[in-house]
Design a protein around this ligand. Structure first.
Ligand SMILES: NC(=O)c1ccc[n+]([C@@H]2O[C@H](COP(=O)([O-])OP(=O)(O)OC[C@H]3O[C@@H](n4cnc5c(N)ncnc54)[C@H](OP(=O)(O)O)[C@@H]3O)[C@@H](O)[C@H]2O)c1
Length: 372
C-alpha cells in the first residue's frame, strides 16, 4: 500500500511572520502547500525551505489582483483541490497609524481591499476547488473588536472581516468557517504598528500556530477563536483513551465510488490518505472523535426498535454524532443513502435518525442537543 499526502492548504502571505510559521508546521505535518506574498525574493526563500519537506507551489503576487487570484486558483486545481484556505495576508496601513479624522482615504481603501475584499474575492474564485469539509480560516485581530485609538483603519477592516466571516458561516452551515485572532506577535507588522519600539517581549508567531492547527485539523464548529487559547491536536494517547490513538472502522464495500460519495461527500469528511495500487483502492476519512460502543442483544434490539421500528442491524452499525441530524440526513440521502425512518426524539434525550447505505449498512445519526 502506498500513501500520499492528501491535505492541501493555501496560505496567503506566507513569506514571513505568522503565515510562514504556519506553513512550516503544515509542511512538517505532510500538507501540500500553495503560498503567496508580493515580495518575490522572500517568497522564494520560504519556498526553498518548505520544499525540503513537502510539495510547495509559490506564486508571487498581490491578493488584491484578480489575475493573481486566478493563478492561485489554477495552481490549487493542479494540486487536486484545497482542504484549507488561510486568508492571512494583511496590511496595517500607514505607520505610524493616523487618527481616523486624518486618515488618508486612498490608504483606507487599500487596507480594506487587502484585508476585507481580497479574502472574500479569493474564496469566490476558489470555492469550486475546495474539497468537502475544507476549512476557511480568516486571520483577524483583537483590533477588530476593541476600540484602540489610532487603530481605526486596520481595526475596522478586521471588524469587517470578522462580520463577513460570521455571515459566511451562517450562509453556509455545511462549511467550517473560522475567524481567529492570533494575538500580538513579534513580526514585521507588529513593528510597523509600534515604530521604533522594542517589541521583543511579544511572543513569536510560532506560539499562535498550535491553535490554528486545532482549527485546521480538528472538528470545531464555525466561529471566532483566539488562537492562543486553543491547543493543537497532539494525537498523543491519554489515560482516558487507554493508549489507543484512534479507532478506525474498516468497511469492505461493494461499490467503492458509491461508498466514497456517500461517506466522504455525504458527511463532508476530509481525506486523510488515499491509495490506488494494483492491489486495490482504499481511502481513510477523518470522522471526528472515535468511540467504540458495545451493546448486548437486548440493547441492540431496543435501539433498533426506537430508531428503525424493526430489528434490522447486523453485528456492525455505524453511529455518527452530528450537529444537525436533518441537514446531515439530507446530504446523505443526496449521496445514495435511504432513510429507514423519520428522525425520532429518543427516550435517552437525543434526536436520532436511522439511514441505510446502499450495501445495507445501518447508519445512525444522533444529535445530543436537539434544537427543536
Ligand atoms: N503581528 C501581530 O501582532 C498581529 C496581531 C493580530 C493579528 N495579526 C494578523 O496576523 C496575520 C499575519 O500578520 P503578521 O504579523 O505575520 O504580518 P507580516 O509579518 O507583515 O506578514 C504579512 C505577510 O503577508 C504578505 N502580504 C501582505 N500584503 C499582501 C498582499 N496584498 N498580497 C499578498 N501577500 C501579502 C507579506 O508579504 P509581502 O509584504 O511581500 O506581500 C507577508 O508574507 C495578519 O492577518 C495580521 O493582520 C497580527
Amino acid at each position: 500500500m502506498t500513501t500520499m499526502p492528501m491535505r492541501t492548504a493555501l496560505i496567503t502571505g506566507a513569506s514571513r511572520g505568522l503565515g510562514l510559521a504556519l506553513a512550516r508546521r503544515l509542511a512538517h505535518d505532510g500538507w501540500q502547500l500553495l503560498i503567496d506574498a508580493r515580495g518575490a525574493e522572500a517568497l522564494a526563500v520560504a519556498h526553498n525551505e518548505l520544499s525540503q519537506h513537502t510539495r510547495v507551489i509559490a506564486i508571487a503576487g498581490d491578493v488584491t489582483d484578480a489575475t493573481h487570484r486566478a493563478a492561485l486558483t489554477a495552481a490549487a486545481r493542479d494540486l487536486g483541490g484545497l482542504d484549507a484556505l488561510v486568508n492571512n495576508a494583511s496590511i496595517l496601513g500607514p505607520s505610524p497609524q493616523p487618527a481616523l479624522l486624518a486618515y488618508p482615504l486612498d490608504m483606507l481603501e487599500r487596507v480594506y481591499r487587502t484585508n476585507v475584499v481580497a479574502p472574500l474575492a479569493l474564496l469566490q474564485v476558489l470555492r469550486e476547488v475546495l474539497r468537502p469539509a475544507a476549512r476557511i480560516l480568516n486571520i483577524t485581530s483583537d483590533a477588530g473588536v476593541e476600540a484602540y485609538t489610532g487603530w481605526g483603519g486596520y481595526g475596522s477592516s478586521k471588524a469587517a472581516l470578522e462580520q463577513l466571516s460570521h455571515i459566511l458561516a451562517a450562509e453556509n452551515p455545511g462549511w467550517r468557517v473560522y475567524w481567529a485572532d492570533p494575538g500580538d506577535m513579534r513580526t514585521q507588522m507588529q513593528q510597523e504598528a509600534f515604530p521604533g519600539e522594542d517589541i521583543s517581549d511579544r511572543p513569536l508567531p510560532e506560539e499562535s500556530v498550535p491553535g490554528l492547527l486545532a482549527l485546521l485539523e480538528g472538528d470545531m464548529p464555525s466561529g471566532r477563536y483566539a488562537a492562543r487559547t486553543l491547543t493543537a491536536p497532539t494525537g498523543r494517547p491519554t489515560a482516558a483513551t487507554g493508549g489507543v490513538r484512534e479507532v478506525r472502522v474498516a468497511l469492505t464495500v461493494e461499490d467503492f465510488e458509491h461508498a466514497v460519495r456517500l461517506y466522504r461527500d455525504g458527511f463532508g469528511l476530509a481525506v486523510v490518505k488515499e491509495w490506488n495500487t494494483p492491489e486495490g483502492h482504499g481511502i481513510v476519512l477523518a470522522a471526528g472523535r472515535g468511540t467504540v460502543e458495545l451493546l448486548d442483544h437486548a440493547d441492540a434490539a431496543y435501539t433498533d426498535a426506537v430508531e428503525a421500528g424493526q430489528r434490522i442491524s447486523g453485528p456492525v452499525r455505524l453511529a455518527f454524532e452530528v450537529t444537525d441530524v436533518r441537514a446531515t440526513s439530507a446530504s446523505l440521502r443526496a449521496h445514495g443513502a435511504t432513510a429507514v425512518r423519520e428522525p425520532v426524539h429518543t427516550t435517552w434525550g437525543d434526536l436520532n435518525q436511522r439511514l441505510q447505505a446502499p450495501d445495507g449498512m445501518q447508519l445512525s445519526l444522533f444529535q445530543l442537543t436537539p434544537d427543536d
